[in-house]
Ligand binder design. Structure first.
Ligand SMILES: Nc1ncnc2c1ncn2[C@@H]1O[C@H](COP(=O)(O)OP(=O)(O)OP(=O)(O)O)[C@@H](O)[C@H]1O
Ligand SMILES: [Mg+2]
Length: 321
């Protein structure tokens, strides 16, 4: 039977030193015959951190997650979960991790309630009071058989089971694909609660607003390689500022100024991007006495399109190594 979570696990953050590492990945590599799905990944996730794990389709996110859970074997490298080896100590790792796969695979003939019971037993623990709260929050009717659930409702069964386990580490692979906006809010609330309890969350997602709302840091994969890791503020800083100005007459020529690119002129309006110090650009604009000046950081979409989208650079599937 599922049981309540032991007290010392219930107050995770207080019982662990602040500096402890939940996930330590070193040189983790997975090669298939024609494809390097993951290439020498190094990444640390602190205990209690919510990490967003991003990247275009085929970047290697699910591969990383499967390696973390010991579901597939690496070609090279190691992954440790709370100091335990993801391959050698698989069973001990599973006791501390709850996993929500991207595609919910459940037992079609069981009801929602039976599935939750079975998942709790597999997990080894469930906070039943919290699970009831989650069932209300996610508005899930558990009397229905899995095969009769919609995609979103099947996803909810897995999510509720993972959240109710109160596991030290939640590994979520696109957990909200298929959830409606109201349920997306329920998910965010639940992840915030998990973070407040000191649980660590490894969240693979394509929903940028979700990542922005929830994650302490983001790691971005492309073609199996880690291309960026940091807070969103840090990543924004790496990216160019957009500057827009209108002038009483023709805009000045700013094309030769260091760090300035993507210059576009439409009548009296100039739009450009600048990376690094802005003083030279500002001086050139000011000399032409602008009527209006607007400078803004890239939106999250612009930021990610810039990091993801490199026309020279396809997904791992396009390579032959
Ligand atoms: N069993 C396999 N055999 C061969 N290639 C595989 C296998 N599993 C994954 N790959 C390849 O590894 C690469 C990474 O796939 P992965 O599923 O990790 O991507 P992802 O980042 O999760 O993408 P998505 O956002 O679409 O879920 C892809 O090129 C994929 O085709
Ligand atoms: Mg995936």
């Amino acid at each position: 039977m599922a049981r309540f979570v032991p007290a010392e696990r219930a107050c995770g953050r207080a019982t662990r030193p602040e500096s402890s590492i939940a996930i330590r990945i070193r040189g983790l590599t997975k090669r298939y015959r024609r494809v390097t799905a993951l290439d020498s990944l190094d990444l640390d996730v602190r205990a209690g951190e919510v990490l967003g794990f991003l990247g275009p389709n085929g970047a290697g996110k699910t591969t990383t997650i499967r390696l973390l859970l010991g579901l597939i074997r690496p070609t090279a490298g190691t992954a440790e979960i709370f100091g335990l080896d993801a391959q050698a100590d698989k069973v001990a790792v599973h006791a501390r991790v709850a996993y929500v796969p991207g595609e919910a695979t459940l037992w079609p003939s069981l009801t929602g309630a039976e599935s939750l019971e079975l998942l709790a037993r597999l997990q080894g623990q469930a906070d039943l009071e919290y699970r009831n709260e989650l069932l209300r929050r996610f508005d899930l009717d558990t009397t229905i058989r899995i095969r009769a659930y919609s995609k979103g409702n099947r996803q909810k069964v897995n999510l509720i089971a993972a959240l109710a386990s109160r596991a030290d580490l939640l590994v979520l692979d696109e957990p909200t694909a298929g959830l409606d906006p109201v349920m997306e809010q329920a998910f965010r609330l639940s992840i915030r609660e998990a973070a407040e309890r000191g649980q660590t969350v490894f969240l693979s997602s394509h929903v940028l607003s979700e990542v922005e709302a929830l994650c302490d840091r983001v790691a971005i994969l492309r073609r199996g390689r880690l291309v960026e890791v940091g807070t969103l503020a840090q990543l924004r800083h790496l990216s160019a500022l957009t500057v827009e100005a209108t002038f009483p007459g023709p805009p000045p020529d700013v094309t030769g100024i260091a760090g300035v690119g993507a210059v576009a002129i439409a009548g009296r309006q100039l739009t450009c991007q600048v990376r690094g110090p802005v003083a030279d650009l500002l001086a050139a604009l000011a000399a032409a006495r602008p009527d209006t000046l607007l400078s803004r950081e890239p939106s999250l979409e612009e930021l990610f399109l810039a990091i993801y989208g490199d026309p020279q650079d396809g997904s791992a599937a396009d390579r032959d190594d």
